[in-house]
Design a protein around this ligand. Structure first.
Ligand code: RFL
Ligand code: PHB
Length: 398
């Protein structure tokens, strides 16, 4: 005798697949507009609240989180930054972002953002189901779309007006969206990232060019540092005991009379670097947002910020449809979102090409040093970097 599996059918306005920054933010934006949604997540709450990823929030992102009433802890614990350092050959160039743009970035871990969004979603009594499995989307071109999934041994069908595919790069929604056009570039290197119990010995982030490869000095708090090293693709973590990591960070980030403060490493991981965009961001009633639709290399710190911008546009388009029955904004979502996505792709690629060691190429290295020199001498060049890094205004033009 097989296991008896009960089945349920429920109905909502927007079915959201994925409880990352994109899906959770979308659910709160929709709730504020009086639109009901259901968020379905394959992982556990503990897992998504611990997953270590991004750390740098654009002012646009902070402003949006504030407007949703989820920035109380962010305002208390986030670290405001007015600039960044670019370091090469022992020289340090400060890009004074606030002075050049009047805007700031904030360091606050992505998992902290996720915790705050989850807490608010649950406090509002919104549906957020963890550990769902076998999720699939159907009937994207019909009057009602459907999401099927299992949860707690029960098979569910969720009928929806629209589905938001916010399920990240390895999710299922993009693959169900028919023949999309894909643009992709995979870089011949990865980032080895660590978290260490060590007070940062720098006031601003340091992006370092070095002949051994790129290094980044970031942080999470006054007690925790976040650091990254460029490593070859498929680099085994076992080849990087803590002593080797610290030695390499000291070498690549070196500056006279200064050193990186070391401490116990409590998290280590390797992330491949990819640029990817699919288009359009829509198939019938399915809309893609965040990493489900695009990936940027982390050098520009844009991934989470782009995800939040996508759902800002998508929520406004859905609200316009529910308010007036006008389909225009939904029809325009893909084109509008892609303008900023491509701007961020270009900036992320620029930062990556500026700072990483490129395969056996002295010509490329010389160009990088010429660009760094230009950034030091031209306020136009520095302003261009600063306005992209801090985040161009959240209008539809970019
Ligand atoms: P997420 O965060 O991947 O969330 C997708 C969610 O969908 C769930 N899921 C499913 N749920 C149900 N059914 C399925 N079949 C499902 N398949 C997947 C997943 O479990 C997950 O919870 O995507 P979202 O919301 O689009 O957010 C994107 C960001 O997470 C990402 O862009 C950033 O982390 C990128 N990133 C950075 N972005 C920044 O803006 N600033 C940074 O400083 C920055 N640094 C980084 C980064 C990413 C990094 N890594 C590890 C990739 C640094 C690193 C090292
Ligand atoms: C981070 O703190 O994790 C971080 C900061 C800036 C980046 C990438 C990652 O460009």
């Amino acid at each position: 005798m097989g296991t008896v599996i009960s089945e349920t059918v429920t109905r909502t306005q927007v079915g959201i697949v994925g409880a990352g920054p994109a899906g959770l933010t979308l659910s709160l934006l929709l709730a504020r507009a009086g639109i009901e949604s259901v968020v379905l997540e394959s992982r556990s709450r503990e897992y998504i609240e611990r997953r270590v990823r991004a750390g740098l929030l654009e002012q646009n992102t902070v402003d949006l989180l504030r407007s949703l009433g989820v920035a109380e802890r962010l305002d208390r614990e986030g670290l405001l930054h007015n600039g960044i350092y670019l370091r090469h050959e022992g020289q340090t160039l400060h890009i004074p972002i606030f002075e050049l743009t009047g805007r700031q970035v904030t360091i606050y871990g992505q998992q902290e953002v996720v915790k705050d969004l989850v807490a608010e979603r649950l406090a509002q009594g919104g549906t957020l189901d963890f550990e769902v499995s076998d999720l699939a989307v159907h009937d994207l071109d019909a009057d009602l779309a459907r999401i099927t999934y299992s949860s707690g041994g029960v098979r569910h069908t969720l009928e929806c007006d629209f589905i938001a595919g916010c399920d990240g790069f390895h999710g299922v929604c993009r693959a169900s969206a028919g023949a999309l056009i894909e643009h992709e570039y995979v870089y011949p290197f990865s980032w080895l990232g660590i978290l260490a119990e060590a007070p940062p010995s720098t006031d601003e982030l340091i992006y370092a060019w070095h002949e051994h490869g790129f290094a980044l000095y970031s942080m999470r708090s006054s007690k925790v540092s976040r650091l990254y090293l460029q490593v070859p693709n498929d680099e085994p973590l076992d080849d990087w005991p803590d002593e080797r990591i610290w030695a390499e960070l000291q070498t690549r980030l070196a500056s006279a009379g200064w050193s990186v403060t070391e401490g116990p490493i409590f998290e280590k991981g390797v992330t491949p670097m990819r640029s990817y965009v699919c288009e359009p961001l829509r198939h019938g009633r399915l809309f893609l947002a965040g990493d489900a639709a695009h990936i940027v290399p982390p050098t520009g710190a844009k991934g989470l910020n782009l995800a939040v911008n996508d759902v800002r546009l998508l929520a406004a388009a859905l609200a316009s449809w529910y308010r007036s029955g006008s389909i225009d904004d939904l029809d325009g979502y893909s084109e509008t979102a892609l303008r900023r996505i491509w701007r961020a792709q270009d900036f992320s690629n620029y930062m990556t090409q500026l700072l990483h060691r490129l395969a056996g190429d002295t010509f490329g290295g010389k160009l990088q040093l010429a660009r760094l020199g230009y950034l030091a001498r031209s306020s136009a060049a520095a302003t261009s970097l600063a306005e992209n890094y801090v985040g161009l205004p959240a209008t539809e033009e970019f």
